[in-house]
Structures are given as C-alpha cells and as structure tokens.
Design a protein around this ligand. Structure first.
Ligand SMILES: C[S@@+](CC[C@H](N)C(=O)[O-])C[C@H]1O[C@@H](n2cnc3c(N)ncnc32)[C@H](O)[C@@H]1O
Length: 385
C-alpha cells in the first residue's frame, strides 16, 4: 500500500469522504488533488468532519499548559507537530508521511532561505517575511521555554521547530473553534490543520470551501474532466504574497500586483510624507494589470498641483484643470516607472551572477522580477498610448 492509499484508508476511518478525487504527485507542486472521473460544477468533492481537524483544542494539555496564556495557535500547532512527529507511534503517521519534507520546505519558503537572498525579494514579499521572522522568534522562544517542563524534557533543534512552523503556515485553514472565539484570537491566528483538504494546490480561482461547526465541504467551482488537477483558492493573493507565505508564484494570476512604495516614496520629501500621513495616504502604493491605485494617484498629485488643489482632490472634488493635472501625474508616473525598470533590470542582472542560496531559489526570484517587469512595462505602455 503506498503512502496515499494509507492516508486515504486512515482518513476514511476518520469519516473523511472523497467523491471523484484522489491525491497524486504533480511535477513541481508536490502533491495535488486530481479528478478520477468527470466532475460537474457544484458537485461535492470532499467532506471533512471537524473531529479530524488539528486545532488548538487537540494540542495535548502537557504542551499547552507550559506555553504562555496568550501563546499563538500557530506556535502551539507547530509545537504539537514538532513533538508528535518525533514520536514513532503518532496517531497522524499517515498524514506525516505525505507532507513535504524539511528539505522541500526549506528550499521553497523564503524565510528559510540564506538571508543573503532576502534583499532580492520584492519589497512586499520581504516585508511579509520580516513579519514572519518576528512571529517565529516569539513562538520559538515560548517553545524553548516550555521544553524543560515537558515529560522527558525533549531536545528539539531550532530547524525542526522552524520546519513544523512553516508546515503549519502553508497548510492551515481559517476556522473558528470555541476557544479561538472565546480567547478573541486575531483572525490570522484562527487556524486549523486539516488532513486531506490540505493537499489541494492553489489557483487564482478554485473550488468553494465552506465550513460549519460539524464539517468542511469542498464543492467544484466548474466542471473538471477525469485527470484534471482540482484546485482551491487560498485567497485573492498577489504573487509576492504567495511567494512569501507559500513558496511559489502563479504564471496566471488575476490578483497579482506590484508594490510601488519604494519607487514612489523616493520622490517625496519629509513634509510631503507628513501631509500624506495626515490624510492616511502614506504608502501602500500598488499597480495591477489594469490600474494604478488611487493611493498612488493621491501621492503623485501632491507633486504635480498646488496644495489647495491637492486638498480638493483628496476631499473628492474635481477642479477645472482636472485633465491637465491628470496628464501631469501620468507623465510623472511614467518617469518613475521607467526609473523603476532600470532598478529591476539591475536586480535581474545581479541575480544572474549571484552565487548565494540555491539555483531554484534564484530562479524563483528572477521569475518574480520578470513578472513585475512585465506589469510595469504594460502600465507604461498604457499610460503612453
Ligand atoms: C496546502 S499545501 C498543498 C499541498 C502540497 N502541494 C503538498 O505537496 O502537500 C500548500 C503548498 O503546496 C504548494 N502549492 C500550492 N499551490 C501551488 C501552485 N499553484 N504551484 C506550485 N506550488 C503550489 C506550495 O508549496 C504550498 O506551500
């Protein structure tokens, strides 16, 4: 019996039901879920009882009681995995056997890459990785403090905990349990691990995931032919988000966007930044395949029109010289984006000769910067036409 059959046998015993799908190895994406027969739109394809979930409630008491009262669910689930995976008699052995290995996780997740590669992440991805590092440091400190009080005082290397922490980060679903609600945990920490449902890969549009107190259900969003990979959508995420949080980028991603803070903020002096801050418009500048965001328009307009006119624009008023003002903003934007293209090309050039990290990691970074270059280029062409 292979590891997937073993997982399905175990899952069936837990009440998990699969309808016309099965897990399969997919080149470049680890494991994914594939249709074993033709599936119609709205067909129910997976049903997972909430009793199978690994949640804050299922973390053994001897672990939770040694963690601080306000410990994050993420940190607790990772602790449970790190301690339980070490045990050969794990109740979750069938699930443990199919999840990505430590070396796979470390190769794909930027947080675990050689830090010398971090400056080459696009700024929005870098900012997410820095936030992850801060959260990991807190969770790891709690974990280390708790180890001596656990039965047999185990020794768990930092890398083992980092592995289970990242595994948790890439495989959890949003779910409200009685305890996450009672403790009023932040939304991003209302997480559960969901064996089998966690085998679905992501696409910009995918099957619908719904849940209630009793179960999670996944329903086909469209027809699938036998042999097709079936996806869910982890959220409306840009490729920078997917890279930082999940370690991949999509070739086709209608939710993709390019962060422009670096390029736009460089144009602003201290007073201008202060003005934008006062009105809630400092930073968060992005463009996507179709538009440059309103926040960017507000920031650049400050550089193009007298203050009184800018204030009227921010307040939603349109003055007489609106067309001329917008033309000025567009010209400035083209100039800024052209400068940004030069910077992107420099980054791509450096990446092509860099020797830190793994080849696959540098290729992933180059691919992402090429995507960003494509979106910036497209925007310039749109503005100039
Ligand atoms: C919830 S798991 C999905 C199952 C996973 N492929 C596995 O082997 O166990 C999420 C991970 O799957 C991979 N993944 C998901 N969607 C992907 C996609 N569209 N392309 C490449 N990798 C993807 C990433 O490594 C991500 O961190």
């Amino acid at each position: 019996m292979d590891i997937y059959d073993e997982l399905l046998r175990w899952a069936k015993g837990e009440g998990v039901e699969l309808f016309g799908i099965e897990p399969r190895r997919i080149p470049g994406r680890g494991i994914g879920v594939v249709a074993t027969k033709d599936i119609q739109k709205d067909d129910r394809i997976l049903h997972v009882p909430t009793t199978t979930l690994r949640a804050i409630e299922t973390v053994p008491k001897h672990i939770t009681k040694n963690f601080p009262k306000d410990a994050r669910v993420h940190g607790l689930l990772a602790a449970d995995l790190a301690l339980e995976t070490l045990s050969p008699t794990s109740k979750y052995a069938a699930w443990n056997a199919v999840v990505p290995s430590q070396s796979d996780i470390f190769a794909t997740l930027p947080l675990a890459w050689d830090p010398a590669l971090h400056p080459f992440l696009p700024p929005p991805a870098l900012s997410l990785v820095q936030k992850q590092l801060a959260k990991f440091a807190l969770d790891h400190a709690s974990f280390q403090t708790s180890l001596p009080s656990l039965p047999s005082s185990p020794t768990v290397p930092r890398d083992t905990y980092l592995y289970t922490w990242l595994l948790t980060n890439t495989r959890t679903f949003y779910f409200e349990t009685p305890r996450t609600l009672r403790l009023r945990l932040p939304r991003d920490d209302r997480m559960v691990l969901q064996p089998v449902a966690d085998l679905f890969n992501h696409a910009a549009a995918g099957c619908a995931v719904s849940f209630d107190a009793a179960s999670f259900t996944i329903t086909a969003d469209r027809p699938y032919a036998a042999g097709d990979e079936v996806y869910i959508c982890y959220g409306q995420h840009s490729n920078d988000f997917l890279l930082a949080e999940y370690g991949f980028v999509l070739e086709e991603n209608g939710w993709d966007e390019v962060g422009l803070d670096e390029a736009v903020l460089a144009e602003l002096d201290g007073k201008q930044r202060e003005r934008l801050e006062e009105r809630g418009f400092l930073g968060g500048y992005v463009l996507d395949a179709d538009t440059v965001c309103y926040r960017t328009q507000v920031a650049l307009r400050l550089l193009c029109v007298p203050l009184r006119e800018w204030r009227r624009f921010v307040d939603g008023g349109v003055g007489e010289g609106e067309e001329a003002a917008q033309a000025k903003v567009d010209r400035l934007l083209v100039k800024i984006l052209r400068r940004y293209l030069v910077k992107i090309d420099g980054t791509l050039e450096t990446l092509s000769t860099l020797e830190v990290g793994e080849v696959g990691q540098r290729e992933m970074l180059s691919m992402r910067w090429q995507q960003i270059r494509g979106l910036v280029d497209k925007t310039i062409m749109g503005l100039e036409s």
